[in-house]
Design a protein around this ligand. Structure first.
Ligand code: RM4
Ligand code: MN
Ligand code: MN
Length: 429
């Protein structure tokens, strides 16, 4: 099945180009009044990328039901092709993050070749010890890296090491470890002992990291365990990452916090401690962790980027966050959601680049709360769409990715070419 043809993209752009150029000119003038050079911002945004989660291109689901979409990817090669289409149109997602064993295949070098033929590379590897695999001797129902039985812990450690080995074949440089371990009843688990077991198991994984790899520890307040989780928040994550060593850092999945938690503040603390691994971007409203990035709280996303841009601006040592999306798409075409979300993340970055840092610093030092917050709002309220359009079009992508995608008929073609498979490799259920 072919990707979308460049001619089709160009034809779609032709109808939008004149307006896009006019809007860019106008924004350029507005920014010049603030002594901001639009082309510098455009270049910075063009250099920004966020990874696609392979599991995001399949339709997700809830624990109540899953409603499969048309032409869902059947295996990792199909998933990679969908990622290629996302990158082709939206030009913000040059890498893919794999989940093992969901993405297991028999020929990793073929996969790597296919990726590079699409201009894609691989970001962090993700292990899965939150569900049981066929024929595995020990169950993870009561935990994995922190399980009370040593044999189960050893099995989970081994799986993580296998993920590192696959990642090495693919050119990845990081392992993300998220565990579902925790408890559903007060008293079910001894909190301190479970954490000690986590440290012991994670050190065995850490010891297997190649010298140029990092290990990303991902915290999550709840689910699937609903009373307590072992790595429930950034505090536990920070403790673990500090105990493990410099290659271990804390990954912030935006949806993994209690409602109203000040995530940008957590990000600032992790930066200060040299422990910010990076992100899983998505949005959330209640207990969920999988809404589309920026769909509910775009200002929060901007405030997170404000911390990131500020750290880059101040050249904070060792600051090198990895950017990934992590979403479950239940009611949309995943390709459309992922393109839109990548652009949302890019948008927040562009807006954060527009913050007048000198003005903000001065207002903070003068205790001028109103001017300080206004400096942020002015950047956030700037419509940076023309910059995003320019970045995409100059790289050969679509000015309007969703419009071009719908016009291409890619999904309908996928529907014909990818007959549904029983128990197929959909998204997260
Ligand atoms: C978890 C967490 C992990 C992801 C799984 C599928 O909630 O966000 O990052 O790998 O879901
Ligand atoms: Mn995540
Ligand atoms: Mn999650």
């Amino acid at each position: 099945m072919p990707l979308i043809s460049q001619d089709q993209i160009q034809a779609h752009n032709a109808a939008l180009q004149r307006h896009a150029d006019t809007d860019y000119e106008y924004l350029s003038e507005q920014l010049a009044r603030r002594y901001v050079d639009i082309d510098t911002i455009t270049q910075q945004v063009a250099a920004f990328g966020v990874a696609i989660p392979s599991w995001g291109v399949g339709t997700g689901g809830t624990r109540f039901a899953r409603f499969p979409g048309m032409g869902e990817p059947r295996h990792v090669f199909d998933k990679l092709q969908d990622c290629a289409v996302i990158q082709q149109l939206a030009r913000a997602t040059p890498t893919v993050s794999l989940h093992i064993p969901w993405d297991t295949c028999s020929d990793w070098s073929e996969l790597r070749q296919m990726a590079s033929s699409y201009g894609l590379a691989f970001d962090a590897m993700n292990s899965n010890t939150f569900s049981d695999q066929k024929d595995q001797p020990h169950s993870y129902q009561f935990g994995s890296l922190t399980h009370a039985e040593a044999a189960t812990r050893a099995q989970a450690v081994e799986h993580n090491i296998a993920c590192i080995e696959i990642g090495q074949k693919l050119g990845s440089k990081a392992l993300t470890v998220w565990i579902g371990d925790g408890s559903n009843f007060p008293g079910q688990q001894h909190f301190r002992r479970a954490f000690d077991r986590y440290l012991e198991s994670s050190s065995a994984i850490y010891a297997a990291l190649p010298h140029n790899w990092r290990m990303f520890l991902e915290h999550k307040i709840c689910e699937p365990a609903f009373y307590s989780t072992v790595i429930q928040d950034w505090g536990s994550s920070f403790m673990a990452a500090s105990a493990l060593g410099p290659k271990a850092q804390c990954l912030v999945d935006l949806g993994h916090h209690a409602p109203n938690v000040n995530i940008e503040m957590i990000v600032a603390r992790l930066i200060a401690g040299g422990k910010l691994a990076g992100f899983h971007f998505n949005d959330s409203k209640y207990g969920d962790d999988d809404l589309d990035a920026g769909s509910v709280a775009p200002y929060r996303l901007f405030l997170v980027f404000n911390e990131l841009v500020s750290a880059a601006h101040e050249n904070v040592a060792g600051f090198k966050p990895a950017y990934m999306l992590d979403q479950s798409h239940n009611v949309t075409d995943p390709i459309e959601s992922l393109m839109t979300s990548a652009a949302q993340v890019q948008r927040s970055y562009a807006q954060a680049l527009l913050v007048d840092r000198a003005e903000l610093d001065a207002a903070q030092d003068a205790n001028d709360a109103l001017m300080a917050t206004r400096a942020l709002k002015r950047a956030f309220e700037t419509n940076v769409t023309p910059i995003l359009q320019r970045v995409r079009a100059s790289a050969g992508g679509a000015i309007d990715p969703v419009g071009a995608y719908r016009a291409s008929g890619y999904r309908q073609l996928a529907g014909k070419n990818r007959p549904a498979v029983a128990g197929g490799s959909g998204g997260i259920v």
